[in-house]
Design a protein around this ligand. Structure first.
Ligand code: C2E
Ligand code: MG
Ligand code: MG
Ligand code: MG
Length: 276
């Protein structure tokens, strides 16, 4: 026990850790304010059909427009928002904002929204989705909810009924970052999924590493057999695009096609694609 206390004591005075904790506390305090100050923005990354090369939808990606520190990427604040519960108001804002914007886009496009496990566990998120669709008049088929396997790992019951509820009203469901973490094939068997997002770590290596390529091929064949759509995230090079379309991956997104962009740039982007 003395040893334990000693270790804790050392830890307590560890300046690096103390700094990290202070930093986290500071971010948290600022984040609470920023939700009310409208400091969050959504950028939208285009997704295309790999066989027709046509635009099909956009993924909404949140950023924090910090008044002093500039644009902060989601990985720097989403984990803190999840830990503190702030993801609930933030996630609600993201959903509403994404649906509001998407309602202005062409009817043959959709918006994909990332959702954290906590949103599903700790709130009546299904009712919220229904209310937002009602308010924004976005047809349910034009909304896609992206979940990760962490949603399914904790307690599967709320996630399962949430996903069934989405399916019933016609909202699409995509399993994000597939192939990393605790991928379980039973999810593919039991859940009402529409789409698998093949993690960008495989896409990144697809044109140089035979093993990555074999994994993508296998995921694609599995998805086909289960009648699920596939999307490749993080396509950066033309060679990757060619390979993925040859492997039969249905759709994709990545810097090769377009970077995430602010809402104001979407109309011009769509017009530019039409002109091609
Ligand atoms: P994700 O859902 O897997 O999103 C894809 C990430 O890959 C995005 O990073 C996107 O900007 C980036 N990306 C797109 N194309 C390329 C490419 O060609 N190369 C590379 N290297 N990266 C590419 P971002 O915007 O920084 O978001 C990171 C993660 O933060 C997301 O990963 C998602 O898990 C989370 N996130 C973003 N917005 C939200 C949100 O509104 N709610 C929740 N809960 N999570 C969010
Ligand atoms: Mg995503
Ligand atoms: Mg992803
Ligand atoms: Mg990812």
């Amino acid at each position: 026990a003395a040893k334990e206390a000693g270790r804790d004591a050392v830890r307590f005075f560890d300046p690096a850790m103390e700094e990290a904790a202070n930093h986290k506390g500071q971010i948290l305090g600022e984040m609470r304010q920023s939700i009310f100050n409208n400091e969050f923005v959504l950028h939208y990354q285009p997704q295309l059909d790999l066989s027709t090369e046509k635009l099909i939808g956009f993924e909404a990606l949140v950023r924090w427009k910090h008044p002093k520190r500039g644009m902060i990427p989601p990985l720097d604040f989403i984990p803190i928002a999840e830990e503190s519960g702030l993801i609930l108001p933030l996630g609600s804002w993201v959903l509403e904002q994404a649906c509001l914007e998407a309602a202005k886009w062409p009817a043959n496009t959709y918006v994909a929204v990332n959702v954290s496990a906590i949103q599903i566990e700790r709130s009546d998120f299904l009712s919220e989705v229904k209310a937002v669709l009602q308010r924004t008049q976005l047809p349910p088929e034009r909304l896609e909810i992206e979940i990760t396997e962490s949603v399914l790992m904790t307690d599967q019951t709320p996630a399962f009924s949430f996903l069934m509820g989405l399916k019933e009203i016609g909202v699409k469901i995509a399993l994000d970052d597939f192939g990393t973490g605790f991928s379980s094939l039973s999810y593919l068997q039991n859940l009402p999924l529409d789409k698998i997002k093949i993690d960008q770590s495989f896409i990144n290596l697809s044109d140089t590493d035979d093993k990555a390529c074999a994994i993508i091929r296998t995921i694609t064949q599995l998805a086909e057999a289960l009648q699920l759509n596939t999307i490749a995230e993080g396509i950066e090079r033309n060679g990757q695009y060619k390979l993925l379309s040859e492997l039969g991956v249905n759709s994709g997104q990545g810097y090769w096609y377009a970077r995430p962009m602010p809402a104001e740039e979407i109309t011009a982007f769509i017009e530019g694609k039409k002109a091609l």
